[in-house]
Design a protein around this ligand. Sequence first.
Ligand code: AMP
Length: 496
Amino acid sequence: MKFTEFNLKQPILDSLQELGFEAPTPIQQQALPVALEGRDMIGQAQTGTGKTAAFGLPILNKLDDSNKSVQALVVAPTRELAIQVQEELFRLGKGQRARVYVVYGGSPIGKQLERLRTNRPQIVVGTPGRILDLIKRKALKLQDLQTLVLDEADEMLNMGFIEDVKAIVEETPENRQTLMFSATMSPAIKSLSKQFLKEPTQIRIEAKEMTADLIEQHFIKCRDDEKFDILTRLIDVQNPTQAIIFCRTKKRVDEVTRGLGLRGYNAECIHGDIVQQKRTSVINTFRKGQLEILVATDVAARGLDISGVTHVYNYDITQDPESYVHRIGRTGRAGNDGVSITFVTPMEMPYLRTIEHLTRKEMMPMKPPTVQEAQAGQIQQLIDQANEMLESGQAAQHFNTAKLLLQHYPANDLVAALLSQLISDNSQVQVAISPQRPLPNANKKEAKRSGNRSGSRQGGGKGYKAGKSDRSRRYDDKAGKKEGSHKAYKIKKRQA
Ligand code: AMP
């Protein structure tokens, strides 16, 4: 299924293209037809599944530019979620320059009053208490509201916001469209939906119970802007024979691949915008074992049957549990061991638990390797390669030069100098990955923001900067996978 199959305005399709969204997620596939028709809907979905776009795209699609009033209101339980939703709507609405504003408690109300008056937002996202406060002060007027979204309704119930929510709903017009999202469908949620929604369609991702027994599954909890560094350290330490890295969008696939290239890793990518011929050749190279790392979107990797993948890295968590099982099923084939590591942001933790529940397998938390462990991993790889070269006789061609050099330099100095050429400090190579979530304080500068804040990790916004990247890695006939850190280097004695 493609986004173009829905009746979305061109600027929205442009934004989706720019964001690199390849296809609608399962929850979007179900929600979009219902919500775009203007019907009320109750969706069972969590953060990480793409639920924001599921309600955001229909809101944006019906925005009327000539109307200066607030046309949509999204009520969310926490400040963090409200900011996250605002950021996502801003990105999705960039093509049509939608004005999206976020309000939340715990920050001065004066500024928010002023902004509401001067910026005339079309979409307001906020937490219940502050929204109500702004309504009472007549700064937030909802008489022209078209769409009301109650996000994470179960959380709002749990947090005791229900009276505030009811009071907000009373301020909205009768003929509004109401969309409600909740991770659970408890009786309390159902009764709430009866009160606020008109003949709602209920949607949810049909989640079958699945098993993924043979694979060692881990997760690393981290921020989005930490993922790239952690990934490279993991690769250094784990030294996968062959790995697939899964990203959520085409754009992220491109950026991660380019970033890995800059740091000297042997990585290529596949996604829907890459011509079929190229995709086939990349897959064939990977299949033959000549490519160490394949970076892919779910769509591009669908149906890929490759054995020998030792590691699957879920750079972004999957948007439905079934895809998770498909992804990790790429490893551990033909009776081999497999390892999967899923990066998860704090907001996505509840969704990770849902996946664990459905797969009936706990993912073990993993600490990201340190810089020292990563360097130790690189050195161990060099030692392994040196052993192989000595054993195969390939090094013999340099024996005379070695002898000559050792007459002039102390052995320690010489080895140290050669090592520093082979292992450069690549952590300094600047790699920019588009943030999934710009930092909350960036939100305040929304008018100036480009929406594509490259270089967030260094804060420089300069994009990629080439640096020393030649790690002189060898990629042919690697001997098996290695796990854990390599603090004690394993140096084989040569037979005389
Ligand atoms: P949400 O569940 O709305 O918090 O979305 C989780 C993440 O998925 C966000 O970073 C979105 O930008 C991203 N996302 C939403 N829809 C899609 C899609 N169709 N393809 C790829 N990424 C998506």
